[in-house]
Design a protein. Structure first.
Length: 269
């Protein structure tokens, strides 16, 4: 038997969004739309692929929307939007949010446009124009997924965590590939491209745990899965995950899960 597992370290719910209208627009200099007005509780997301547009919000300065930008704004805050030059190619989403948004409102964000995003935009457009609640739900789900992809790519203001996020992810992947052996701090720091001291600091800021503790918890969770799903005994699993003895494995297991592995093994059906 073979299996792998991916487990959230801090599970997060997805925002619940309801997509109402979706436009793909290729505008020219004749494109000039005045104040939209109500409804009060809807949002607009403007994803510009190329060209240039200008949006005039209520009581703030005009916003220039160029290729690779995303702007989310309350519909009732829009006073005017227009194409000042030869072209403006953009997607326009009108939606309701039943909870919070994963991205900031009325802040211009810069995100590279990828091929997979274009495919998702077209699929979302196609689903929304189909009859039936199933397709309407699918369109809203696709838009929610797009929103979370944007949120994952947008780093906002640089902080120690966001600047080094890619390095931390490389180390976490290394940890997953080395759950059956000891993984030393020097190797992890080299993988991250940081000094050992700086790596410990950045990793703790990003995960809330030391690198050693994070790796140990990954090993213990995977070992617990083996106890549940495999026929091996405690000694075999301790050896498989690189513990020096069943005693050391049992002690670490009990400290983390609150029960010894033999009792955990007894839960297996």
């Amino acid at each position: 038997m073979w299996y792998d597992v991916s487990r959230a370290s801090s599970p997060q719910p997805a925002a619940s969004l309801t997509l109402l209208t979706l436009y793909e627009v290729r505008a020219d200099a004749s494109y000039d739309v005045p104040h939209l007005g109500s409804p009060q509780n809807s949002f607009i997301a403007i994803r510009t692929l190329n060209g240039k547009g200008i949006l005039d919000p209520e009581q703030t300065e005009p916003v220039q929307l160029t290729g690779g930008t995303l702007l989310i704004i309350s519909r009732n805050k829009i006073k005017r939007f227009r194409c000042p030059g030869k072209s403006w190619h953009f997607w326009w989403f009108e939606f309701h949010s039943n909870t919070g948004l994963p991205l900031p409102v009325q802040l211009l964000m810069r995100l590279a446009v990828g091929r997979s995003e274009i495919s998702e935009l077209k699929a979302c457009f196609s689903d929304l124009r189909q009859n039936g609640s199933r397709f309407q739900t699918l369109a809203s789900s696709r838009f929610t997924l797009l929103m979370h992809h944007w949120a994952a790519e947008w780093s906002g203001e640089p902080t120690p965590q966001t600047r080094h996020q890619a390095a931390i992810q490389r180390v976490v992947q290394l940890m997953h590939s080395r759950l059956n052996t000891h993984l030393g701090l020097p190797e992890m720091a080299r993988t991250a491209g940081l000094s050992e001291r700086r790596f410990r600091q950045v990793f703790a800021q990003s995960t809330g745990k030391s690198p050693k503790r994070f790796h140990e918890e990954l090993r213990l969770r995977k070992a617990a899965d083996h106890l549940r799903f495999h026929s091996g005994n405690v000694s075999e699993i301790a050896d498989e995950f690189g513990y020096s003895s069943p005693f050391h494995f049992s002690k670490a297991f009990r400290n983390f899960f609150g029960i010894p592995p033999l009792r955990y093994l007894g839960r297996r059906t």
